[in-house]
Design a binder for this molecule. Structure first.
Ligand SMILES: O=C(O)C1=C[C@@H](OP(=O)(O)O)[C@@H](O)[C@H](O)C1
Ligand SMILES: C=C(OP(=O)(O)O)C(=O)O
Length: 421
């Protein structure tokens, strides 16, 4: 399948969406499970490719671990294999080999891991050559590039002979993901202390306790449904999202508050959350430091609703599955909006363009699941074509099946695509 064409709903928007479960929670639980010799009973593990890759690589005895395009899988497994003394080559897609890992490698070397770069210094592929615990258990690490390095180190820390003290330097991005790591570690009996004022996290040397653990639905995946509801023209629209909790470990549950300004009300119940239409603001400013994966969803939704959106805290978007700032700048134009940098590298604004949008707009997805999913809700208002729809498998393989509950989803082969352009 080369593309999908999405067409607006022909009747009322009413759907119950099962959602995928969280790949972030799943991948943490899997590392902790591996550190208990697989004695935890993990329930509701994600079907996301990133999680399926983690499961496969944890079981594999191959000397090469190819993580494909999964950032957490690369970072968490590098720390796990390195400190458990497994000799592995860590590699991934060409884009993965452009995503930095030097900060994690430096920290692991300080703790006693022998790691060499096979190609470019600071980037995968890596060769893990073994582990001899160093005398120190203190590591200083930057917090402003990726929280995944910090989560990776924290999870293996209970296994280190002296535990670990992490001193975080600079700004801390994606902090809720670090908190998610700490909460899951505590659940499995780890002794962890975080002092956010002093920017220090201490983990005692102490084995995890194996226990059953159920993974929540994915709030990042839920964000696309908030955007669907926000863009539905039917004032009676209602969407039920299953398996979400009001009090979540996932920082992307911030979508509840963000989308209140974009006209979505959330009502939690025993099975999840019900979304209904509310009032929309004319402007919105949001700092995405804690929830970078929501930026694309909110940018597209604001663009379609004509809400002037100011985004800050989006520095890390340039080193994700693609340069998400550049990708948004190119693709928002096609739906009649622009993403303007108003303070170099720091502040951006989504504004309306006077030029008419493409009809139907054909959205390139840049090997990025979130580009495909963030632009799909546009279909509530106009036809849209999404290129390479298979990209969604990274986090939400059933996304198109779920989407077909509210809009018409048709597959386009190469020849049909030519005809529709
Ligand atoms: O720890 C995690 O599960 C994640 C952390 C975030 O990455 P950064 O810490 O690199 O921002 C997020 O973007 C990613 O999708 C998942
Ligand atoms: C950035 C993401 O994932 P990762 O960094 O784990 O590849 C994402 O899912 O949006």
């Amino acid at each position: 399948m080369n593309a999908v064409q999405l067409s607006p709903p022909t009747g009322p928007v009413r759907a119950t969406i099962p959602l995928a479960s969280s790949k972030s929670e799943s991948n943490r639980a899997l590392i902790i499970d591996a550190l208990t010799d697989f004695r935890c009973e993990l329930q509701n593990l994600s079907t996301a490719r990133d999680t399926q890759t983690m499961i496969r690589l944890l079981k594999s005895t191959d000397s090469t671990a190819d993580v494909l395009d999964a950032g957490t899988t690369m970072r968490f497994l590098t720390a796990y294999f390195a400190t458990t003394g497994q000799q592995k080559t860590m590699t991934g897609t060409p884009r993965m080999c452009e995503r930095p890992i030097g900060i994690l490698v430096d920290a692991l070397r300080t703790l006693g891991a022998d790691i060499t770069y096979l190609n470019n210094e600071g980037y995968p592929p890596l060769q893990l050559n073994g582990f001899r615990a160093a005398d120190t258990n203190r590591v200083s690490i930057r917090g402003d590039v990726s929280s995944q390095y910090i989560s990776a180190l924290l999870m293996i820390a209970p296994r280190l002979p002296q535990g670990l003290t992490l001193e975080l330097t600079g700004a801390i991005g994606s902090r809720p993901y670090i908190e998610m790591t700490l909460e899951q570690m505590r659940y499995f009996g780890a002794d962890v202390q975080a002092d956010w004022e002093a920017k220090t996290i201490t983990v005692a040397s102490k084995p995890y306790t194996p226990k059953p653990y159920a993974i929540e639905s994915d709030w990042s995946g839920a964000s696309y449904w908030y955007s669907v509801l926000a863009l539905a023209e039917d004032e009676t629209a209602e969407i039920e999202l299953l398996g979400l909790k009001a009090k979540s470990l996932q920082g992307d549950s911030a979508i509840v508050e963000i989308m209140r300004s974009l006209g979505v009300e959330s009502l939690f119940n025993e099975t999840g959350v019900r979304l209904t239409k509310g009032q929309t603001a004319t402007t919105l400013a949001w700092d995405f430091t804690d929830c970078p994966d929501l930026a694309q969803t909110v940018a597209v939704c604001a663009a379609m609703k004509g809400v002037t959106l100011t985004l800050t805290g989006v520095e890390s978007l340039k080193i994700k599955e693609t340069d998400r700032i550049a990708a948004l700048q190119a693709e928002l134009q096609k739906i009649g909006a622009e993403l303007v940098e108003t303070e170099p590298n720091h502040r951006y604004e989504v504004r309306q363009l006077s030029a008419a949008p493409q009809s139907p707009a054909t959205i390139d997805t840049y090997d990025d699941h979130r580009m495909a999913m963030a632009f799909s809700p546009v279909a509530l208002r106009q036809e849209i074509i999404i290129e390479e729809p298979g990209v969604v498998a990274k986090s939400y393989p059933s996304f198109w099946d779920d989407m077909a509950r509210v809009v018409t989803v048709s597959s386009l082969g190469q020849s049909e695509k030519q005809a529709s352009i």
